[in-house]
Ligand binder design. Structure first.
Ligand code: S3P
Length: 441
């Protein structure tokens, strides 16, 4: 446990990239493991969450290695070629790894047990168990549907049609991965579209996945089961959810000017950019292009005079992981920023609504919290800072408050910076290279 102390920063400047996308990294390890042949991956996120997924896929039968230049190779064993793991699968802090893999093994005829750290073992898993039971999987869980959980696949695997009761790409992806080993068509209906990396990557590996737009803004996704997946090479774009921290910092630290290259710009992930631009943020999207089915671009960000806005609930799925740092940005915007539709933030790596409301208030910010919204009253006066923030095993809370320290009168201390390594290895070094003053102790 190492405390992180963030002091007032110098203007941030530089030309950087950030680590690979966490969602895409998980998915390429999983799909590469069940494809036939060798998948080569450039730019894989080497954060603890993804390494936990890699270890689990090895335990399930795939061969996964990394060369000295950082190129990863996944040798798959085919959709039906996974085997029962010898050991309990430890997913660490990663909800994505836990939920996607529970889906993958939910239609395999063997038994596996999942566990995680204190944060993950407190998160709701019933949301994936409900549809997977309908497909034939059986579960034994701790009370409240929490990990550790043992999953046994059945002889009788049924494809289902399932409407998501919560907007969750993890639940959608768990069902689609289970559907790979089911005969016939598995359908997921999303009243609110969520990140579609699974659908894009499944198509890239040769599966048939149809997406139909529904009246009212929802989508219907249909996967044809038991495909032959073929190994495909992938370059993982930089993670928008990680880029969010230098982007936010550059907008609020006076005099900053940054170029962040190769950022994944999937429209279902880029809600933060629209929001910050609406707030008056100078973000220029340069060199837009597409690679392996995922759009990416370079982002030029300059310090800006920002104003508060209302961020509608309909935008939440496209920026769900970015609200902690957005609420920090909102402290530097004139007027009020009101963020709606945030109930899901209560069941992330920590209760992020409570963490932001408590931590920002302790730093002198006027903030109101309801069951599913946050309202931040910005100020043109510098924030006091000076508080000790509990990270609660939540990387994004730790990084968000490190950004707050860059514009506070007094340093902001985060009690434990170690969770940052789950998604953004090298974060502190990179921010300090740009002009931040973050120490660990
Ligand atoms: C993710 C989906 C989101 C997000 C998480 C990654 C994914 O979670 O918060 O960091 O890779 O599918 P939910 O599906 O719970 O919204």
């Amino acid at each position: 446990m190492k405390a992180v102390i963030s002091c007032k920063a110098n203007a941030l400047s530089g030309n950087i990239t950030v680590p690979g996308d966490k969602s895409i990294s998980h998915r390429v390890l999983i799909l590469g493991s069940i494809a036939v042949g060798e998948t080569h991956v450039e730019g894989l996120l080497e954060g603890e969450d993804v390494l936990a997924a890699a270890a689990a896929m090895r335990a399930l039968g795939a061969k996964i290695s990394r060369d000295d230049a950082g190129l990863w190779t996944v040798i798959g064993c085919g959709v039906g070629g996974l085997h029962e793991p010898d050991q309990i699968l430890d997913m660490g802090n990663s909800g994505t790894a836990a939920r996607l893999l529970m889906g993958l093994v939910g239609t395999q005829r063997f038994t596996s047990t999942f566990t995680g750290d204190e944060s993950l073992n407190s998160r709701p898993m019933e949301r994936v168990m409900v549809p997977l039971r309908q497909m034939g999987a059986q579960f034994t869980s701790r009370s409240g549907g929490r990990l550790p959980i043992t999953v046994s696949g059945s002889e009788l695997i049924k494809p289902i049609e399932y409407e998501l009761p919560v907007a969750s790409a993890q639940v959608k992806s768990a069902i689609l991965l289970a559907g790979l080993n089911a005969p016939g068509k598995t359908t997921v209906i999303e009243p609110q579209p969520t990140r579609d990396h699974s659908e894009r990557m499944l198509r890239h590996f040769g599966a048939e996945v149809l997406t139909e737009n529904l009246n009212g803004g929802g989508v219907k996704i249909t996967l044809t089961g038991q495909p032959e997946l073929e190994a495909r090479d992938i370059t993982v774009p930089a993670d928008m959810s990680s880029a969010a921290f230098p982007i936010a910092a550059a907008l609020i630290v006076p005099g900053s000017n940054l170029l962040i290259r190769n950022v994944g710009m999937n429209p279902l992930r880029a809600g933060l950019i629209n929001t910050l631009q609406e707030m008056g943020g100078k973000i220029t999207i340069e060199n837009s292009r597409g690679e392996d089915g995922e759009p990416l671009a370079d982002l030029r960000v300059e310090a800006s005079q920002l104003h508060g806005i209302t961020v509608p609930a309909s935008r939440a799925p496209s920026m769900i992981d970015e609200y902690p740092v957005l609420s920090v940005v909102a402290t530097c915007a004139t007027g009020t920023t009101h963020m709606e539709g945030l109930a899901e933030l209560r069941v992330k790596e920590s209760d992020r609504l409570a963490a932001m409301a408590t931590g920002l208030a302790a730093c002198g910010v006027q903030i109101e919290e309801t069951e599913d919204s946050l309202t931040v009253h910005g100020s043109d006066q510098p924030i006091d800072g000076g508080a000790l923030i509990a990270a609660n095993l939540d990387h994004r809370i730790a990084m968000a408050f490190s950004v707050l320290g860059m514009v506070s009168l007094n340093p902001v201390t985060i009690d434990d910076g170690s969770p940052i390594a789950t998604s953004f290895p090298g974060y502190i070094e990179l921010m300090n290279y740009l002009g931040a003053k973050i120490e660990t102790r």
